[in-house]
Write a protein that binds this ligand. Sequence first.
Ligand SMILES: Nc1ncnc2c1ncn2[C@@H]1O[C@H](COP(=O)(O)OP(=O)(O)OP(=O)(O)O)[C@@H](O)[C@H]1O
Ligand SMILES: [Mg+2]
Length: 255
Amino acid sequence: MSTESRIQIETKNLNVSFHDHVVLQNIDIKIPAKKLTAIIGPSGCGKTTLLKSFNRLLEIQDDVKIAGQILVDGKNILRPHLDVPDIRKKMGLLSQKPYPLPMSIRDNVAYGLRIHSNKNKDEIEKTVEHCLQEVGLWNEVKGRLHDPASQLSVGQQQRLCLARAIAVEPEVVLCDEPTSALDPLAAQQIEKLLLKLKKDYTVVLVTHTLRQAKRVADYVIFLYFGMVIEQGPADIFFNNPKNPETKAYLSGEIS
Ligand SMILES: Nc1ncnc2c1ncn2[C@@H]1O[C@H](COP(=O)(O)OP(=O)(O)OP(=O)(O)O)[C@@H](O)[C@H]1O
Ligand SMILES: [Mg+2]
C-alpha cells in the first residue's frame, strides 16, 4: 500500500467466535480508503464473518462473541453506546444474491433516502436517476420505474441493489461474492462497476475467485482457517508472496 493512502478500516486483535467456536483469530488488517481490497481464502475461512463485522451485522446472530477493535476512520465501532444505524449508513452492503425490496424499481433506490436524508421530492427523484445512471441501469429501466423490482433479471437486480446501496452516500461498499450468482456478462458488469466506484468509495470485495481478485484488487487480504496469513498490495501479493501457505493457495495446492 502506498504511504499516502488513508486507512479507512483497521482491525486490532479482532477475535470472533460463535458458540465458543473460534472463527476469526487475532485479525490485524488495514483497508485503504478509495481502493479495492479483496478478501480471499477457501470456503469457511471466515471471509463473510469478517465483512459482517465491519458494519456490526454479526451481533444480530445468537451467541456471538466479538473482542478487539475495529477502527473506522480511527474510531472503534465496537465501543458501547455507538449509533449502529450511523455505522450501517457509512457501509453499503451488496450480498451474494440480490435482495431487492418488495417494491418498485424507483422505490428501491429511494427507500434509504427517505430514512437517511432530508432531501425533498425533486432531490430524491434526481438522486434516484443519478444512482441508476451510475450503475448503468437507467436506460434499461427509465420507462418502467414503477414496476416491481422483482421483474428485473438477476443481473439487473444486483445493479439495482448497488444503486440502493450508494443512494445514501456511504463511504464504504462491502461486497460478499456479488457476482457468484450471475451469468458471465452480468458478472463482468458488476466487476466494472466496482472498479468505477472505487474513485468515490472504499470497496471491500469478498471473493473466492482468484482470477477475479487478480483482475480488480489493489490490495489483498488472505484468510486461512480464521487467520490472516498475508496481506499487501495486489502486485506484491500475487507476484511475490512471502508466506508458503499463500504460495500454496495461489498455485492451487490448497483450496
Ligand atoms: N451464525 C453462525 N453460527 C455458527 N457458526 C457460524 C455462523 N456464521 C458462520 N459460522 C462459521 O464460521 C466459519 C466461517 O464462516 P464464513 O461464512 O465467515 O466463511 P466464508 O469464508 O465466508 O465461507 P464461504 O466462502 O463458503 O462463503 C464457518 O466455520 C461457519 O460455519
Ligand atoms: Mg462467505
